[in-house]
Structures are given as structure tokens and as C-alpha cells.
Design a protein around this ligand. Structure first.
Ligand code: NAD
Ligand code: DAU
Length: 339
């Protein structure tokens, strides 16, 4: 099989490529990635030695690039996106162009070249905040941030391609992933690295927002199942079944390093901060037999150990990348008023 994986140099894309290569060594995989601030080709160095893996540096915002990338391919997995909610609050323009127009370009190219299977990667954030109960795939979309609005727009485009052209792509909506190779602006790697540097961790608002955490390897197994066995045109929720407040997550991390709550700094809340996400994953479990295999505590320990063992990986970003430093300074300065 020949597959294009967009955004393969990012966090989930990297983990997915390792899994695909291990499970399907005979596949030809073409990675299409623009290498924005969160993409890192070095993640894939060992994979790129394999003759079956090809890397194209290219932007899904360019229709011709998408058309060339899908040439001769049997499948597309579309990870490429701007993925950080806080960045979308400061400036959403790249979110609109990549997440919406880029997805449109990939869909159009794949449809025109008759690419058999298309899996679009979406998020639980499209449902918006869920006060009680859990979101099902057919629930209304109520995105609260420019990021989630751009992802919801892409999901609607996917739907429209099925209705208008009969090109039935699949969608997964997963909850919060954690694991190796996550860019250290996201809660878990940012806090682990801060604690290792002896710095405080900035908790937004009252710290009681709830996220459903899934180990990235479990999500990648789900993506594999949907890509190979999913019904065209169908949406699948992919949750970890592990809802925790940000305070609980923070305390797990502090406890690992033998630190107490004095390391927490409460800062201004994220505007439009969704209180809780929760997914009903009955469909993927009943139809495809997928369920998360990793216990949260073990996966979190493995993740912490990865950041300890790979300190140069995140230090190269936190200490040396101008782009990282300037964004984080601007962002956290804007939140610095204590509640
Ligand atoms: P990431 O930011 O780590 O990686 C994004 C990748 O996309 C990077 O390699 C980047 O270079 C690439 N990219 C960005 N713009 C591009 C463009 N215009 N053309 C080509 N490549 C481009 O993100 P991630 O956390 O790995 O998320 C991957 C996907 O999964 C995204 O679609 C995101 O919305 C979705 N998702 C993420 C999570 C999570 O918890 N991380 C949960 C649910 C859904
Ligand atoms: O739910 C899936 C989504 O999970 C994905 O679609 C996004 O791409 C991914 O970035 C993630 O979004 P979140 O906004 O939930 O992740 P983040 O790590 O930014 O924040 C997790 C929670 O922690 C959230 O409630 C905000 C809070 N937080 C985050 C940071 C970075 C803090 O309290 N302090 C922080 O410094």
C-alpha cells in the first residue's frame, strides 16, 4: 500500500509513522510536511533510512504540492495542522489557511486522483465544552476557540465532499494525547520540562478544567484501525477514558519529581477556556474492536522518562528556538497577572 502522511514530522505524526513502519514494513509512505515550528524532521531520521519512507518538505496550503503528493497513492492520513489553542487566540490566520484551506486542497487532490482511503485527523474540541455526559459523533459542533473552529470547519468540508462528490473520507476525533515528541508548549511536556529546569508551572484559572487523556500510542493504534477497517464517510471518537483536571495532572507530575504545590503558579485563565471534554467511544469499540491498552499512570511515567532521557530534544526547542522563546514570553507575559 502507498500512503501520504501529512504533518508526519509533528508529535502524533511521528508516533504514527513509527507504528506504521513497524506493523507494515512493506508499505511505501510519503511524508508531506512543511516543517513549521512544531515539525522536526530529525524525529524521523532512523525511519528515513528505510527505502520505503520518502520525505517531501511541502505545504498543504499549495494545491499543486497536494496534487503531486497524492500521485500514485492509495491513501492519505491528514495530520498537518496548526495545533495549539493558545497560538490561535493570539493570531488565527495560519490556523484558517492550513487547517481549512489545506484540508480542502488535500481532499480535492485525493478526490481528483481517486485516492481510495482518506483519513482526516480531527479533535474532541470541535464539540465544545461538555458539562455532563459524553459527546457522540453526531452531536452538534460548538467550537469555542479559533483553533477548534478551524478544525470543525475542516470536518464540515470532509462531510461536504461525501455529500457533493461521493468522496467519503473518514474522520477521527481524539482527546488530549500525551507521549514522546510532543512540542513543549503543551501542558504535559511544558510542565515536565519546567519542573526539570526548577521553574514553576503556570496553571490557568482554577486548574479544574477537565481533559480526557490518551497515550499517543493508543491513539495511533486507533488511527491504524480506522484507516484500514473504518467505514468510508464515518466519524470515530477516540478517547482515553481517563478524565482528569489539570490540577490532578500537575500534581502527578510534581509528585514524580518530589515537588509540592509551591511549584504551581495560578495565572489568568485562557479566554474561552472549555471546561470539560468527554468522548463516547462506543462506536470505535463496537465496530472496530479498538480500546486504549495503556494504563494512564504507566504511560505518564514512560512519558516523563522519555523527557528525562531526551533532554537535548526539548532543550534545543526551549533554549535555542527564537520562535519558541518569543511566543512563550509574549503569551505568558499576557497571563502573568495572578488571580
Ligand atoms: P503538531 O503541531 O505537533 O504537528 C503538526 C505538524 O503539521 C508539524 O509537523 C507541522 O510542521 C505540520 N504542518 C503544519 N502546517 C503545515 C502545512 N501548512 N503543510 C504541511 N505541514 C504542516 O500537532 P499534533 O499534536 O501532532 O497534532 C496532529 C493532528 O492531530 C492535528 O491535526 C491536531 O489538530 C490533531 N489532534 C491533536 C491532538 C493532541 O492532543 N495533540 C488531539 C486531537 C487531535
Ligand atoms: O483535546 C484535544 C486537543 O488537545 C487537541 O485538539 C489540541 O491540538 C491539543 O493542543 C490539546 O489542546 P488543549 O488546549 O487541551 O491542550 P493544552 O496542552 O494546551 O492544554 C491542556 C489543558 O491545560 C487546558 O485546559 C489548558 C491547560 N494549560 C495549558 C498550558 C499550556 C494550563 O493550565 N497551563 C498551561 O501552561
Amino acid at each position: 500500500m502507498r500512503i501520504v502522511v501529512t504533518g508526519g514530522a509533528g508529535f502524533i505524526g511521528t508516533n504514527f509513522l513509527f507504528l506504521m513502519h513497524e506493523k507494515y514494513p512493506g508499505y511505501h509512505i510519503r511524508v508531506l510536511d512543511a516543517l513549521t515550528y512544531s515539525g522536526n524532521k530529525d524525529n524521523l531520521l532512523s525511519l528515513l533510512e528505510s527505502p520505503g519512507i520518502e520525505f517531501i518538505r511541502g505545504d498543504i496550503r499549495e494545491p499543486d504540492t497536494c496534487m503531486e503528493a497524492v500521485e500514485g497513492m492509495d491513501g492519505v492520513v491528514n495530520f498537518a495542522a496548526e495545533s495549539h489553542v493558545d497560538r490561535s487566540i493570539h493570531d488565527a490566520s495560519d490556523f484558517l489557511s492550513t487547517n481549512i484551506a489545506g484540508t480542502y486542497n488535500m481532499l480535492k487532490a485525493a478526490k481528483e486522483r481517486n485516492v481510495e482511503r482518506f483519513l482526516h485527523i480531527s479533535t474532541d474540541e470541535v464539540y465544545g465544552s461538555v458539562e455532563s455526559g459524553s459527546s457522540k459523533e453526531d452531536d452538534p459542533l460548538l467550537p469555542a476557540s479559533p483553533y477548534s473552529a478551524s478544525k470543525a470547519s475542516a470536518d464540515l468540508l470532509v462531510h461536504s465532499f461525501g455529500m457533493t462528490f461521493g468522496y467519503r473520507a473518514m474522520i477521527t476525533r481524539s482527546s488530549n494525547n500525551f507521549g514522546p515528541y510532543q512540542y513543549p508548549e503543551k501542558l504535559i511536556p511544558f510542565f515536565i520540562s519546567n519542573i526539570m529546569e526548577g521553574k514553576k508551572v503556570p496553571l490557568y484559572g482554577d486548574g479544574l478544567n477537565v481533559r480526557d487523556w490518551i497515550f499517543v500510542k493508543d491513539n495511533c493504534e486507533a488511527l491504524d484501525a480506522v484507516f484500514h477497517k473504518g467505514t468510508p464517510g464515518r466519524i470515530y471518537n477516540v478517547g482515553g477514558g481517563c478524565e482528569k483536571t489539570n490540577m490532578e495532572i500537575t500534581r502527578c507530575l510534581l509528585e514524580y519529581f518530589g515537588k509540592d504545590d509551591s511549584f504551581i503558579e495560578f495565572v489568568k485563565d485562557r479566554p474561552g477556556h472549555d471546561r470539560r471534554y468527554s468522548l463516547d467511544c462506543t462506536r470505535i469499540t463496537e465496530e472496530l474492536g479498538w480500546r486504549p491498552e495503556h494504563k494512564f499512570e504507566d504511560a505518564l511515567t514512560a512519558t516523563i522518562e522519555w523527557y528525562i532521557d531526551n533532554r537535548p530534544w526539548w532543550e534545543a526547542i526551549k533554549k535555542k528556538r527564537e520562535e519558541y522563546i518569543s511566543f512563550m514570553e509574549k503569551h505568558y507575559d499576557s497571563l502573568s497577572l495572578k488571580k
